[in-house]
Design a protein around this ligand. Structure first.
Ligand code: HEC
Ligand code: HEC
Ligand code: HEC
Ligand code: HEC
Length: 238
């Protein structure tokens, strides 16, 4: 195309261009195309999924409430010497159903002489208000993760100069006598354009939780869990 051609075409018909656009706009307005966005509706995050209330409110003081009154643990336990542990049924605290894997002894955690405290690896007391130091005795790696904010939940500020970081302690989530969680409902995942056919249930819900090693009934019910367990085991082997 030469310069001469372009200018002669341009000078004569440029006024047609806006008219063409105008016509197009009118046509589009009168005949709306049935456009459907490929992105599904945005997921609504339900209130329960963002609720930050801790699942437990552990007592951090050594008190025990009977139907009659509230006592300190040592008020009773200093009156009588605990017998060496046996398989006997307890005459008190019968509500406690200890299911903590192979950790089956009360005195692995509670101090046998000073019942107001927990016991550390050298037989000394751990303050009743710091149960995380008790858990640390056997779950050192998880404790380290927790200290670094990888395990459990952090709140407050990331920036130390802006304010304090808060961290839930172990027993605000885990029941020390029955630490694994029951399978939890997962929050719905985001509906983006890439997550076609959104599942109604998350994989967790369908398969149970691979971390629930202490609840073997999940394993027998759901073969999917077995596969996940195997992967975890293989990863550990590496
Ligand atoms: C009202 C009295 C009373 C209070 C208060 C009390 N206990 Fe006990 N506790 C008992 C009795 C009774 C037994 C059972 C002894 C038996 O059956 O041989 C027992 C048993 C136990 C055992 C099992 C080992 C053992 O000593 O036989 C543990 C662990 C224990 N108590 C922890 C606690 C803790 C922790 C507290 C405080 C949070 C507490 N107890 C408060 C009365 C009490
Ligand atoms: C893994 C450690 C651990 C073991 C094992 C353990 N406890 Fe506890 N126990 C705790 C902790 C931590 C608390 C603090 C309260 C809480 O977080 O609920 C507690 C609280 C208690 C309490 C007071 C609160 C309540 O639930 O009544 C009693 C009583 C008690 N334990 C008795 C026992 C007895 C009896 C056994 C053995 C059958 C036992 N515990 C085994 C860690 C343990
Ligand atoms: C005396 C050692 C000991 C102490 C103290 C102890 N645990 Fe455990 N814990 C164990 C053992 C052993 C298991 C079973 C591990 C297994 O069977 O794979 C276990 C299992 C668990 C599990 C379940 C792991 C799973 O695979 O599902 C959790 C959660 C847990 N403990 C949390 C705690 C918390 C929280 C505390 C502190 C309150 C605590 N433990 C204190 C020994 C301990
Ligand atoms: C904010 C809640 C929360 C806090 C705080 C928390 N955990 Fe957990 N923990 C969980 C959840 C959720 C799981 C996974 C679910 C399950 O397997 O039961 C888990 C899993 C575990 C497991 C088994 C899986 C593994 O990684 O070995 C252990 C052991 C454990 N926690 C110990 C601890 C200890 C020790 C602390 C404190 C130092 C702690 N947790 C603090 C929520 C918490």
């Amino acid at each position: 195309m030469t310069n001469g051609q372009r200018s002669s075409w341009g000078s004569g018909s440029t006024f047609l261009i806006p008219i063409a656009f105008l016509l197009l706009a009118v046509v589009l307005f009168l005949v709306p195309s049935d456009f459907h966005s490929p992105a599904p509706e945005a997921t609504v995050v339900p209130d329960w999924a963002s609720d930050t209330t801790p699942v437990r409110q552990p007592s951090l003081t050594p008190h025990f409430t009977t139907t009659a009154a509230t006592y300190e643990c040592i008020e009773c336990h200093n009156l009588f010497k605990s017998p060496p542990e046996t398989e006997r049924k307890l005459t008190q605290h019968s509500n406690i159903d200890l299911q903590h894997g192979t950790n089956t002894r009360c005195f692995n955690c509670h101090h046998s002489q000073n019942r107001n405290t927990f016991v550390n690896e050298s037989g000394n007391s751990i303050d009743y208000g710091s149960p995380q130091l008790l858990c640390q005795k056997c779950h050192g790696l998880v404790y380290r993760d927790w200290q670094n904010g990888v395990h459990g939940r952090s709140g407050g500020f990331w920036l130390a100069s802006a304010g304090e970081t808060s961290r839930l302690i172990c027993t605000e989530c885990h029941d020390p006598h029955h630490p694994p969680f029951a399978p939890m409902l997962a929050a719905p995942r985001p509906n983006t354009i890439r997550t076609d056919s959104p599942l109604q249930q998350s994989d967790h819900q369908i398969a149970g939780n691979p971390l629930h090693r202490l609840q073997p009934q999940h394993l027998s019910e759901e073969p999917a869990v077995k596969n996940q367990m195997k992967t975890t085991e293989e990863e550990k082997g590496k």
